[in-house]
Design a protein around this ligand. Structure first.
Ligand SMILES: Cc1cc2nc3c(=O)[nH]c(=O)nc-3n(C[C@H](O)[C@H](O)[C@H](O)COP(=O)(O)O)c2cc1C
Length: 183
């Protein structure tokens, strides 16, 4: 089984990443990790959007620019680790989402309705927050994309709150904090 681990953590002592690593220790499959802050994926500006449209119009889906979308579509399971930032997640993850949301690779349209083309049966989203997660525009956004566009019905969020309030250090997060789960 091919597990694609999308690491959207930023801080050196990331508690989200510490928990994600522990979670992945028990995962059954070959793990490929993408460290988003090392990838330098660029957002879709005018030139890049035009280039992408051209590639798709010419059916050149094997182009380097579309490799993240191809890799995402081929994974059997997706694991995302992203800290809770500004009620959502770091912009690095949004840029990655732009790179993978490609019509003809991760989804298509059938009678004007998106239909998923991804192989993955499950997506797990891991996050930690400094305070309470009052509004979750991070996981809920990813969940809607997975279910309505990519065709990944089974999604789960594993999360912990109040880590800054309770001053939980990275080294202690897996032993001191009981992570919760929601679908
Ligand atoms: C740029 C930034 C934005 C943040 N926004 C929020 C927020 O909206 N709500 C909150 O509770 N904590 C917020 N935090 C605190 C983080 O959620 C918290 O420190 C989290 O555990 C960071 O995860 P990490 O240890 O994996 O980096 C923010 C932290 C940063 C650096």
């Amino acid at each position: 089984m091919k597990i694609l681990f999308i690491n959207a953590c930023v801080r050196e002592k990331s508690r989200t990443l510490a928990y994600a690593r522990k979670y992945l220790e028990n995962a059954d499959g070959d793990i490929t990790e993408i460290v988003l802050q090392n990838e330098n994926i660029l957002p879709l500006d005018k030139a890049r959007l035009e280039k992408r449209d051209r590639l798709l119009a010419e059916n050149k889906t094997d182009d380097e620019m579309l490799r993240y979308a191809r890799q995402f579509a081929q994974a059997d399971e997706i694991v995302i680790a992203a800290p809770y930032w500004d009620l959502g997640f770091p912009a690095l993850l949004k840029i990655y989402i732009e790179a993978i949301s490609v019509s003809g690779i991760t989804f298509t349209y059938e009678r004007n309705i998106p239909k998923g083309l991804c192989k993955a049966k499950r997506l797990v989203y891991i996050t930690t927050a400094g305070g309470r997660i009052y509004a979750d525009f991070g996981y809920n956004y990813v969940k809607m994309l997975a279910q309505t566009m990519y065709g990944i019905r089974d999604t789960k969020c594993i999360y912990a709150e109040n880590l800054d309030v309770e001053c939980i250090p990275c080294e202690k997060v897996t032993e001191l904090v009981r992570f919760k789960e929601k679908e």
